[in-house]
Design a protein around this ligand. Structure first.
Ligand code: PLP
Length: 353
């Protein structure tokens, strides 16, 4: 006997990148973690957690974090929602804005695979729009989503898995033309040359724009599970009704406050990653790979030979990259930028293959 809903029966579960046990000596260039440690301020904040703050329920509204995020990013506190990783914000948005059975969720193809999984869980129609060859948006992106009746669109900028950054004018035009909620996933924005904050800060923000941020990438806190949304107060209030009452815990709230307050220290790691990104791209291009320009902490690179075979050989040498068995990606690897030593190990391994 199967008891789950039919759409859950049909669902193939989202498969995250491989996570070997820490300390296994594997060079992990497959899930876009930051290769540098979290800031000292974060570690101190975690050490300072009192027994009492574990005994008691946490602040249900993550008030202090939201105040700090608002003061740093510019919107009002009621325009900020804290979530258990950015992934929870995505799930909340689908729950709140997408009708099961009709309406629907729109996205570019390819993009973050989790988007489609979340749409399937909600049993809402999914519309995918094919990106241009350079991974830019087609001119009729908003029209296609409007024609399909999408209530929510998820766009990741800088784009994953290519690293391409869409210009601000296009984001704003999309937001104004699209008739549903536009969720701009800025998981990688710390490594990019601009962000879309002005769309949510100018005059209270456009009423249909929601920006996703996470501490997982820029702040080296993927293990903590903390993300947040910035958007129009009405969007935030709607999601606030649908979230778990204690969706972020006392430890992560304290660490998240410290993370944002120490972001100048974190930004040093962004700078190092950006410098290495350029060096690794040059080195790969010099080895007959074709690397797409990236404003993120990874590179999408077309392999001169069978990409899957290279992925396997690297793995045998203890170096993990990401291979997607998916249209337009089968001849490519997505490679997270690591420390200079890790990147050199990758380049050396490629030379030896
Ligand atoms: C990493 C990532 C997120 C959020 O990840 P969390 O660890 O859940 O905060 C969201 N979107 C994209 C495209 C990502 O790569």
């Amino acid at each position: 006997m199967r008891y789950e809903r039919a759409n859950i029966q049909r669902l193939s579960a989202y498969r995250p990148g491989e996570q070997p046990r820490p300390g296994d000596g594997v060079i992990k260039l497959n899930t876009n973690e930051n290769p540098y440690l979290p800031t000292d301020a974060v570690l101190q904040a975690i050490r300072r957690i009192s027994s009492d703050s574990l005994r008691l329920y946490p602040a249900a509204d993550a008030r202090e974090f939201r105040e700090v995020a608002a003061s740093i990013h510019g919107p009002q506190r009621d325009q900020v929602i804290a979530t258990n990783g950015g992934d929870e914000l995505l799930r909340l948005a689908v729950t709140v804005f997408c009708e099961p059975g009709r309406g629907g969720l729109g996205m570019a193809e390819p993009s973050y695979i989790l988007y489609a999984t979340l749409g399937e869980i909600q049993d809402t129609p999914i519309t995918t729009v094919t990106l241009n060859d350079d991974w830019s948006w087609p001119n009729d992106f908003a029209d296609q989503l409007n024609d399909a009746g999408c209530q929510l669109a998820m766009v990741v900028n800088p784009h994953a898995p290519s690293g391409r950054l869409e210009p601000m004018q296009r984001l704003e035009a999309m937001a104004r033309k699209f008739r549903g909620v536009l969720l701009i996933d800025e998981a990688y924005v710390d490594f990019a040359s601009h962000d879309a904050l002005s769309l949510v800060t100018t005059d209270g923000g456009l009423d249909n724009v929601l920006i996703l941020r996470t501490l997982s990438k820029g702040y080296s806190l993927a293990g903590l599970r903390f993300g947040y949304g910035l958007g129009h107060a009405n969007l935030v209030a709607a999601m606030d009704k649908a979230r778990d009452s204690y969706n972020t815990d006392a430890v992560s709230q304290a660490a998240a406050v410290a993370a944002l307050q120490s972001r100048e220290a974190a930004a040093q790691s962004w700078q190092r990653v950006i410098e290495e990104r350029q060096r690794v791209a040059d080195e790969l291009n010099g080895r007959n790979w074709r690397v797409f320009p990236s404003e993120s902490n990874f590179l999408l690179a077309t392999s001169p030979t069978d990409a899957r075979a290279i992925y396997e050989s690297l793995k045998n040498r203890g170096i993990l990259a990401r291979y997607f068995d998916q249209d337009r990606l089968r001849d490519k690897l997505r490679i997270t930028i690591g420390t200079p030593q890790q990147n050199n190990a990758l380049l050396t391994a490629l030379d030896e293959l």
